[in-house]
Write a protein that binds this ligand. Structure first.
Ligand code: GLC
Length: 473
């Protein structure tokens, strides 16, 4: 079976968020299972030079969209058994940002066109194209609109994976022809609520719509979590699937992680404490082993539940804890973290920058890992934390609900602490419950072992993807 993943990011080449991790992990696992899975992403100038040096130039073509005739270089690289293709066009991809450019519509329309145009050149006609999020939603639309009669394209099936339905790619209807190169006969496919909505067009045009957890697949059928698309999805309920993400357990591995002070595994869990001391020292926090250290590695955005802090900041600060938050994002939350640190320098640190090394130090050094997301399609950090024996405290929503089992002191089962409603006092209560478990030696050891033993790899999810693909071909 041949699968081509089209996406805006793929680790290790380029990673802004969880999408990049998925495109780094899933294709690799599929290849190990005998699928010919390949990936195509834009050739961003910000890809680091070492990785760029592994790329080989294949050819260049002209990609036409509307009146534009654009240069499209095609590069190729192999990474850990997976073939990656890179679409080169400096006008579109020689930028500081992956997303958030004023011409994102034009950039990703070009990219989506290019994904289809390169197939005869690379001589790879996949059985399935798996598009990801709105950036590549147009691949599914263009395939039906312009390519079905061309040789090799007739039978290609499409899956559109939604990683976050908040981002839909909405544009003024007037740009349909000018920007996207589509005729009025295709207008209805994209139109929604007065906008051209690329994600909606992708949902309409793909054979299967998948999301990154079972719970999120249910949630987006309702008003609360759909960002307006629930009716569209409800009408297509039969083609929606929810498959939980995994994490790359060779990358996220406390036994080999090069950023942490002392490597450890489940049989050497005692050594985890050296990482706690190291984290405390690096952060200039008091080096006490008895005080529970709570970590967070997050984007500082509304989605991640930071609003909950405003109400209970003082109560949290009064608890016998230390708190280290790493992340960047919205100005107001960055300020909140700076401010909180200033006021409670005895126990709170807000590290407002992007730092994968500090992230590893937190996963390894913290005792508890807080993830109070308002919504969370899957969430990877809670799985990484579990793998590092750091116990997640999560709001039971989306993938957090599917991946974290609340600990039950009676049965000794479970690997995290959960709270049900999106409410600051429920979060506070969960933190207190977590501290209670931390203080009970037997429970604390058990819950950490449970967490580390949990299979958070891509093994099972990849099997589910294969099942879904087989259903299609
Ligand atoms: C998005 C979602 C996150 C998910 C990731 C990968 O970033 O917000 O929950 O884990 O995509 O699918």
């Amino acid at each position: 079976m041949k699968v081509l993943f089209a996406a805006a990011e793929a680790s290790p080449f380029i990673k802004v968020g969880g999408l990049g991790d998925v495109l780094g992990g899933l294709p690799k696992e599929l290849c190990l299972k005998g699928v010919d899975a390949r990936v195509v992403i834009p050739l961003y100038s910000s890809i680091n030079d070492d990785l760029k040096r592994t790329m080989r130039y294949i050819a260049n073509i002209t990609v036409e969209n509307s009146w534009r005739k654009s240069y499209c270089g095609i590069f190729e690289a192999e990474h850990e058994g997976v073939k990656y293709y890179f679409i080169d066009n400096e006008q579109y991809f020689m930028r500081g940002n992956v997303y958030g450019e004023p011409d994102d519509g034009e950039r990703f329309a070009f990219f989506s066109r290019a994904v289809l145009e390169i197939l005869p050149v690379i001589d790879f006609f996949p059985d399935i194209i798996n598009a990801n999020d709105w950036h590549t939603g147009l691949v599914c639309v263009y395939l039906n609109a312009h390519y079905r009669l061309r040789e090799g394209f007739e039978k290609i099936k499409t899956v559109l994976s939604i990683h976050n339905i908040e981002f839909q790619g909405k544009f003024n209807p007037y740009v349909l022809g000018e920007l996207f190169g589509l005729d009025t006969e295709h207008k209805q496919i994209l139109m929604y609520d007065g906008d051209l909505n690329i994600l909606k067009g992708g949902i309409e045009s793909s054979d299967i719509v998948s999301t990154v957890s079972r719970k999120y697949a249910e949630e987006i059928l309702g008003k609360e979590h759909s960002f307006g698309l629930h009716n569209i999805l409800k009408a297509r309920r039969d083609k929606i699937r929810g498959i939980i993400n995994g994490i790359d357990t060779t990358v996220f591995n406390p036994e080999t992680d090069g950023f942490i002070k002392t490597n450890y595994g489940i049989s050497t869990l005692r050594n985890k404490r050296f990482n706690k001391t190291f984290l405390q020292r690096s952060m200039a926090l008091e080096e006490k082993s008895s005080v529970p250290l709570i970590g967070m590695v997050t984007r500082l955005t509304k989605q991640k539940g930071l609003d909950l802090f405003y109400e209970v900041m003082d109560e949290i600060s009064e608890l016998n804890i230390q708190l280290v938050v790493l992340g960047t994002g919205a100005f107001e939350y960055e300020e909140m973290m700076h401010d909180w640190e200033r006021r409670r320098y005895d126990k709170v640190r807000g590290v407002v920058r992007f730092a994968p090394d500090v992230a590893s130090m937190i996963y390894a050094g913290a005792d508890l890992f807080l993830m109070p997301s308002k919504f969370e399609p899957c969430g990877l950090a809670q799985m990484i934390a579990m793998r590092y024996g750091t116990i997640p405290i999560v709001h039971t929503v989306g993938g957090l609900c599917d991946t974290v089992t609340p600990y039950n002191p009676e049965t000794k089962e479970g690997d995290g602490i959960t709270f049900q409603s999106y409410n600051s006092y429920d979060m506070l209560d969960a933190i207190k419950r977590a501290i209670a478990i931390y203080e009970n030696k037997a429970d604390w050891l058990k819950i950490r072992k449970n967490a580390m033993q949990k299979d958070v790899s891509w093994n099972i999810p990849a099997d589910e993807y294969i099942k879904m693909y087989k259903e299609l071909v």
